[in-house]
Design a protein around this ligand. Sequence first.
Ligand code: SF4
Length: 297
Amino acid sequence: MLQQTTVATVKGYFAKFLERWPTIQDLAATSQDELMHCWQGLGYYSRARNLHKTAKIITDQYQGIVPNSYEHLIKLPGLGPYTAAAIASIAFKEPLIAIDTNVNRVLCRLFAISAIGMTQKEQVQDVANTLAHTNHSGALSQALMDVGSSFCKSKNPKCDDCFLKSNCRAYLQNLQNVLPLKPLRPTRPKRYGHSFIMRHKTQVCIEKRPEKGLLASLYQFPTSEFSSEQTSVQYPFKATWEHIGTVRHIFTHFELELTLWETTVSNTNHGLWTELSNLGNYGMPTMFKKALSYVKT
Ligand code: SF4
């Protein structure tokens, strides 16, 4: 949950999550719809889907017990090198260093690594391998994380207060504000889409997104494909459509501008309909919750 998300945001979700699914087996047995509903508002929904898949694998293939080696952990959905190394070293004392952004920054500075991109990653990993030779490497990973968050901050590192300064090559060469070097960030491309809000009395039409891809298996108002250029609107059927607003949302890899159209229909014969007041029971991404604020209740 904490991936790309602050502790303050996660706190409430985490407590409710553990209350609802206290064991891995409970999580494995739940429906994806219920999980998505609980996750709505946290974003990065692939984390929830991966947690669910991993809970099922651990239940079915590992008798409900989390595997205790990096080699097995790294194969579980949603676990990358950092998380697998963190679990393996902290919980199971495997000699590995968990390299997150903080640890990467600290090691780049301590060893004055001036490479960039993949080369930087490889050099940091080499240094980490030389440090990870005891069963205390879990504690070392956590200590490096703490140095990164307490002293070796991204901006204005507190070198004067840092107990590592006499051994820190960046500090000794006055490079602490230069390292680690960062690749130039490409600008986020823009995409455009149209969303159609069909109403009948107090009901509204929704649909489920495909099981794979962006915002998979979540619910939305019927919506066009997202395109890289602003295109003229293709209404799903002939009616009087009113433009009620535009929603902007930033995804990791692009920025979306969603134009909202609303109409009233005479029956609910086609599609999935629900009371407006009941929408909270469906897992809807934040973007469509923003859209909801334009709908007159
Ligand atoms: S001396 Fe400065 S740059 Fe070096 S580890 Fe400490 S805070 Fe980071």
